[in-house]
Design a protein around this ligand. Structure first.
Ligand SMILES: *Cc1c(COP(=O)(O)O)cnc(C)c1O
Length: 431
């Protein structure tokens, strides 16, 4: 039987670093990545037949857990009808309608195949619609690996300690301003200096690529005001938070707290594809009309709106739209975080966590961090030991301290209890 170690060795011969996305290589925590053979409900099985409770969920998409019967059925039926046509289908309309139905700020969406593509295209649209080049992003937020966005990006890059990627010409990021998350003074200063030249501000409303950090209400409120005053578009990157922290996505939470609040453009991915390659960006018709074929902003994709991916996404959105879905998911996620905090406290280990809907984060420090610098200053050595102690006990958390975690509807009270008991043992080894 192939072991994780033998597969990793074989993988490294033919795939750079043995993985197709850097964080999977376990570089941040050390050790051998698990090669996954199959998954069901809240569980993963690796190539050696070991079972894990999965708190990564493919980094967010698997909100129903693995192998949900309704999703499987939809995917199988769609595949039988054809894997790809390169022509429009009714299902694309249905998925667009399903997204729009939950997110009032979005009147139209364009479907694409990855979050990277969606973020890149939203930026191009913002620049094309405003006729401006400069834009703001925040340190620790990840918006995919488009050249202009690889400026002190969060996950993946942080592992290698490079502020930017090689191969990105300086000219390409010349117009990308990187500010500290939740830093109002920096925001005011940036707008005072060049607000009228900004095409947009792109932000993860709850940043999941520096673990779990919420944009504060005053910060978000002022950001919205400044964008409006200066004619810059506010772009919410909800690839991770969309249909994950609430049915209406993170923007619905800010809209509850800030009257009239809405972003101008939104970017989705992960959950809307239910585990298949699918993402989207959208906004008011007035902005979306700038896209080809209606307008001059070019954007296209051979596999965009793929019939199997849209079937998977639609079935997923249908399930999560059922009454009570998010309440149940949120209370299970809260129980996990509360259980972990209780176990850490009993062990005398400084530890704090937070969650929203089915997304959570935890830190080996006493207080919730408000920006990337503080996240990266938390106790990495403790995190890494905890990660491996949990993995040894069959609990699969994200293999880096700057990644968020995910609970699915398939995680029951039993899985949460098993996880908290494992954490009690793991925390005891950290003292
Ligand atoms: C995952 C993610 C992306 C990139 O999506 P991919 O599908 O991996 O290209 C962009 N933005 C955010 C906030 C993400 O979490």
């Amino acid at each position: 039987m192939a072991t994780n170690a033998s597969l990793f060795e074989r993988a490294q011969r033919v795939i750079p670093g043995g993985v197709n996305s850097p964080v999977r290589a376990f570089r941040a925590v050390g050790g051998t990545p698990r090669f996954i053979a199959r998954a069901q409900g809240p569980h993963l099985w690796d190539a050696e037949g070991r079972r894990y409770i999965d708190y990564i969920g493919s980094w967010g998409p698997m909100i129903l857990g693995h192998g949900h019967p309704a999703v499987l059925e939809a995917v199988q039926r769609a595949a039988r009808d054809g894997c790809s046509f390169g022509a429009p289908t009714e299902r694309e309309i249905e998925l667009a309608e399903a997204i729009i139905a939950q997110v009032p700020s979005v009147e139209q969406v364009r479907l694409v195949s990855s979050g990277t593509e969606a973020g890149m295209s939203a930026l191009r649209l913002a620049r094309g619609a405003t006729g401006r080049s400069k834009f703001i992003k925040f340190e620790g937020c990840y918006h995919g690996h488009a050249d202009a966005l690889l400026v002190k990006a969060g996950s993946g890059l942080a592992t290698f300690g490079h502020p930017t990627s090689a191969g990105v010409p300086a000219e390409v990021v010349r117009d990308t301003l990187v500010l500290e998350y939740n830093n109002l003074e920096q925001l005011e200063a940036a707008f005072a200096a060049q607000g009228d030249e900004l095409a947009c501000v792109m932000i993860e409303p709850i940043a999941g690529n520096m673990n779990f950090v919420r944009a504060s209400l005053p910060f978000m409120q002022r950001l919205r005001e400044l964008c409006t005053q200066h004619g810059a578009l506010l772009v919410f990157d909800e690839v991770m938070t969309g249909f994950r922290v609430a049915l209406g996505s993170a923007q619905s939470l800010y809209a509850q707290a800030i009257p009239g609040f809405a972003p101008d453009l939104s970017v989705f991915g992960k959950v809307i594809g239910g585990g298949m390659p699918l993402a989207a960006f959208g906004g008011p018709r007035e902005l979306m009309k700038h896209l080809a074929p209606l307008g001059p902003v070019y954007q296209a994709g051979t596999l965009s709106g793929n019939p199997v991916a849209t079937a998977c996404g639609l079935a997923t959105l249908h399930e999560i739209s059922k009454p009570g879905f998010f309440e149940a998911l949120a209370s299970r996620t809260q129980a996990l975080v509360a259980g972990l905090m209780g176990a850490a406290s009993d062990a005398g280990v400084p530890f704090v966590g937070d969650s929203q809907g089915g997304m959570f984060g935890f830190f080996f420090t006493a207080e919730l961090p408000q920006n990337y610098g503080v996240v990266m200053a938390t106790d990495k050595e403790r995190f890494n030991r905890f990660f491996h102690a949990m993995l040894d006990r069959g609990i699969y958390f994200a293999p880096a301290l700057y990644e968020a975690g995910f609970v699915s509807a398939a995680h029951g009270a039993e899985e949460i209890e098993t996880t908290v008991s494992a954490a009690r043992e793991a925390f005891a080894t950290l003292r």
